[in-house]
Design a protein around this ligand. Structure first.
Ligand code: ADP
Ligand code: MG
Length: 323
């Protein structure tokens, strides 16, 4: 059923090869690219590139308008991924939505990476246990993915459900890539899509995309006001690529964003997330994490299209997230 690049209008064998060499290996990757980007990659004119993108969008059926009943059909498929915590799940209306971007923001050590690890485990569970019977793709920008931590959490599941789970099996369904800079991070979304496409009809399709951290590279690379607009534009495009991943594969998308606590109040709201409004407007759900006593964390739902704002208390423990 998969459409080959060569089958698209305006794509000959030579162009197809150039596109593949440049990392555009799927119709979906082309469908979400920009004419300028594609033109450079395949050494073609921008108007040809635009035509190819249009053909790809039509072929991938992701480009244009949908009628309300189509949106309704797609919305019916929205899945809920359990966090493993009762209050947290309830606050989210049953769990983390698929077809949506959920942003976790908070200070260093607030538990963003821990939540991401737990979701990478939980997504693999069957529906009866709150999972999505799926695999996960992690774009790791800070080198904080730890297989040992996954193992602890899977052991924690065995304890919780009184049933044996094999950590090795869980690790096999977690696909991790390190991103070395923001450009690499953006390109990895195309690779993630490619992988999701490969696994689409398998028994463990990709149902979760994680970018941890979404903003660290961008923040490090774009210092000073002059390049702020440029940074926001790139971040915006990156998020739209991620949203496509969520929509196309009926997957949850988790992004993390570190905020700084600034002792000097003149610099504004200390809990203001990096990436500011761009992330804010593109993420569907925004969760603000902060430390509380001991292993407790407060998760606040800040912004949601269909749920009331709320707070949930969770515990980050060695066997995983708990009430
Ligand atoms: P960030 O928001 O910066 O990503 P993390 O998710 O990495 O923060 O949270 C780190 C915190 O998670 C640690 O300070 C500790 O409280 C907790 N934590 C990490 N690993 C474990 C573990 N194996 N057992 C219990 N708590 C842990
Ligand atoms: Mg982290």
């Amino acid at each position: 059923s998969e459409v080959l690049l060569e089958e698209l209008d305006h794509v000959g064998p030579a162009t197809a090869q150039k596109l593949k060499d440049a990392g555009f290996t799927t119709v979906e990757a082309i469908a979400v690219s920009s004419p300028a980007e594609l033109a450079t990659a395949a050494e073609i004119g921008e108007s040809t590139a635009a035509k190819i993108i249009l053909a790809a969008r039509q072929s991938a059926d992701i480009g244009g308008f949908e009628t309300g009943d189509m949106v309704m059909e797609r919305r019916k498929l929205v899945g809920k991924l359990t966090t493993g915590c009762t209050e947290f799940d309830e606050m989210m209306g049953g769990g983390i939505d698929t077809q949506a971007i959920t942003e976790l923001y908070g200070e260093f050590g607030s538990g963003k990476t821990q939540v991401a690890h737990q979701l990478a485990v939980n997504v693999q569970l069957p529906k009866e246990q709150g999972g999505l019977s799926g695999s996960v793709v992690i774009i790791d920008t800070e080198n904080t993915f730890r297989p040992e931590r996954i193992k602890q959490m899977v052991e924690g599941l065995s304890e919780k459900y009184g049933q044996e789970y094999d950590p090795e099996e869980f690790l096999k369904h977690i696909h991790v890539a390190r991103a070395y800079n923001s450009n690499h991070q953006i390109l990895l979304v195309d690779s993630a899509m490619e992988l999701a496409n490969e696994l689409k009809d398998s028994d463990m399709p990709v149902r979760l995309f994680i970018v941890d951290s979404l903003t660290a590279h961008f923040r490090a690379e774009y210092i000073g006001r002059g390049t702020l607009a440029d940074r926001q534009q790139k971040l915006n495009k990156h998020l739209h690529g991620l949203q496509k991943c969520g929509d196309l594969y009926n997957a949850s998308v988790i992004v993390t964003n570190q905020v700084m606590s600034k002792p000097d109040a003149f610099f504004g709201d200390p809990t203001k997330p990096i990436g500011g409004h761009i992330v804010g407007h593109t993420a569907t759900f925004r969760l603000y994490l902060r430390k509380s006593k001991g292993d407790k964390r407060i998760v606040k739902l800040v912004d949601s299209p269909n749920l009331p704002d709320g707070e949930a208390i969770i515990s980050v423990t060695t066997p995983g997230l708990r009430d």
